[in-house]
Design a protein around this ligand. Structure first.
Ligand SMILES: NC(=O)C1=CN([C@@H]2O[C@H](COP(=O)(O)OP(=O)(O)OC[C@H]3O[C@@H](n4cnc5c(N)ncnc54)[C@H](OP(=O)(O)O)[C@@H]3O)[C@@H](O)[C@H]2O)C=CC1
Ligand SMILES: Cc1cn([C@H]2C[C@H](O)[C@@H](COP(=O)(O)OP(=O)(O)O[C@H]3O[C@@H](C)C(=O)[C@@H](O)[C@H]3O)O2)c(=O)[nH]c1=O
Length: 305
C-alpha cells in the first residue's frame, strides 16, 4: 500500500542518514526520499535523488516537486580540515543549505536539522540548550550559523544537537571505524583522556528524532545524546572490550599530543534533562545498549558484504 506521508532525508549516503532511512522504513509509514551526490544502494524502496545541495535552485525545485511532510537535514561537511581550508564551501553546505530548507514551509511540513556539540568551546561541559555557544573552528562556526539561519526562517524547526557514533556503508573513517581498524591491525593509538563527550549510536538518535516528530510538538533546540559522560580514551577502551580487541593498544594521552594547534573543544558533553522531560527515551540514551546494537549491526553488515 502507498504511504500517505513523505519524508525527505538529506545526507542519505552518510553515517546518520542511512540509519534514519532504515529506522523510518522499519517503524514508520512514510515514502522515503533521499538526497546525496553519491547513490547509495543499501535500502530497497528508497527514492534517491542525486543532487549537489549547494545548487540552491535545483534544491528548491526538488522541494516543490516532492512537497514532503517531513524534512530531516543530515547533510553536512563534517571534515574539520576541509572546513578550515575552505571556509566559503563549509558555510555553503553547513549554513546556506539549511536556510534554503527552512524557507520551504508549507504548514504541513516539519523540519529537523542535525547540529553538533562542537558549537561549544568545551571549557565546562554539561551544556544545556540555553548555554552560550563559542565555536572554535570553521566546521563548528558554520554549523552554528546553520542553526541560526534555520531558526530565523522557521520558528517551528527542531534543531537536534548531538554527538553520534556509528559506521558508514560502504565502510568509512568515523571514530568507530578508525578505532576498530587500528585495533584490528594491532596498531598502538592515542586515546584522549582530556576530551569528553556523551555519544549516541546513530540508530538510537534516529529513533529519538522520530519519537519527537511523531509524538510531540517540540520546537527549537534540543540536546540528543547518551547518558554517559566519558572521555574519548574510555570510549575507545569500551569499543576494544566490546569487540574483543586488546585495549592495551590504547595509550592514554592528552589531545594536545596529536593536535598541537588546538582547535578542538575538550568537553562537549550535552545536558539531556530536557530530552528526558520531553520523552520516554530510557533505552535510546543508554550508550552500552547502543554500542551492543552497533556491534550486532556491524556483524550483519559484514555477513551481507
Ligand atoms: N560524525 C560526527 O561525529 C558528528 C556529526 N554530527 C552531525 O550529524 C550530521 C550527519 O553527519 P554524518 O552522517 O556523520 O556525516 P557523513 O559525512 O557521514 O554524511 C554527510 C552526508 O552529507 C552529504 N553531503 C555533503 N555535502 C553535500 C552536498 N554538497 N550535496 C549533497 N549532499 C551532500 C553526503 O553525501 P555525498 O557526499 O554522497 O553527496 C553525506 O550523505 C551532520 O549534520 C553532522 O554535522 C554531529 C555530531 C557528530
Ligand atoms: C578521539 C580520538 C581521536 N583520535 C584521532 C583519530 C580520529 O579519527 C581523529 C578525530 O577524532 P574525533 O572524530 O573524535 O574528533 P572530531 O573530528 O573532533 O569529532 C567531531 O566530529 C565532528 C563531525 C562533530 O560534529 C563533533 O561532534 C565531534 O565528534 O582524531 C585519536 O588519535 N585519539 C583519540 O582518542
Amino acid at each position: 500500500m502507498q504511504s500517505n506521508k513523505k519524508v525527505l532525508i538529506t545526507g542519505i549516503s552518510g553515517m546518520l542518514g542511512k540509519d534514519i532511512a532504515r529506522i523510518i522504513k522499519k517503524n514508520f509509514d512514510y515514502e522515503i526520499y533521499g538526497i546525496a551526490r553519491d547513490k547509495p544502494n543499501y535500502l530497497e524502496g528508497l527514492k534517491l535523488i542525486s543532487l549537489d545541495l549547494t545548487n540552491f535552485q535545483d534544491l528548491e525545485t526538488v522541494l516543490a516537486n516532492i512537497n514532503p511532510d517531513l524534512i530531516i537535514n543530515s547533510a553536512a561537511n563534517v571534515n574539520i580540515k576541509e572546513c578550515e581550508n575552505n571556509k566559503k564551501a563549509a558555510f555553503k553546505i553547513n549554513a546556506d543549505v539549511p536556510k534554503i530548507l527552512a524557507s520551504y514551509q508549507p504548514s504541513k511540513t516539519k523540519l529537523v536539522h542535525i547540529s553538533t556539540d562542537s558549537i561549544f568551546d568545551g571549557d565546562k561541559g554539561n551544556y544545556d540548550e540555553a548555554a552560550r555557544e563559542n565555536p572554535l573552528n570553521n566546521y563548528a562556526k558554520s554549523k552554528l550559523a546553520g542553526e541560526k539561519k534555520i531558526l530565523q526562517q522557521n520558528k517551528n524547526a527542531i534543531i537536534a544537537r548531538t554527538n553520534i557514533v556509528g559506521f558508514h556503508i560502504p565502510w568509512g573513517s568515523s571514530l568507530v571505524e578508525w578505532g576498530l581498524d587500528s585495533l584490528k591491525n594491532q596498531e598502538t593509538i592515542y586515546g584522549f583522556t582530556d576530551t569528553y563527550f556523551n555519544p549516541v549510536y546513530t540508530k538510537q538518535l534516529a529513533r529519538i528524532i522520530m519519537k519527537l516528530v511523531e509524538n510531540t510538538n517540540y520546537k527549537g533546540r534540543i540536546n540528543i545524546a547518551s547518558d554517559q559522560f566519558i572521555s574519548k580514551y574510555e570510549f575507545l577502551v569500551k569499543l576494544a572490550q566490546l569487540f574483543d580487541y586488546n585495549s592495551d593498544l590504547i595509550e592514554p594521552s592528552s589531545i594536545e599530543r596529536l593536535y598541537t594547534n588546538l582547535k578542538r573543544p575538550k568537553n562537549t558533553t550535552l545536558n539531556i534533562d530536557k530530552l528526558k522531560q520531553t520523552l520516554d527515551v530510557e533505552e535510546d540514551i543508554n550508550l552500552d545498549l547502543g554500542l551492543k546494537e552497533l556491534r550486532d549491526d556491524l556483524k550483519n553488515y559484514r555477513k551481507e558484504d
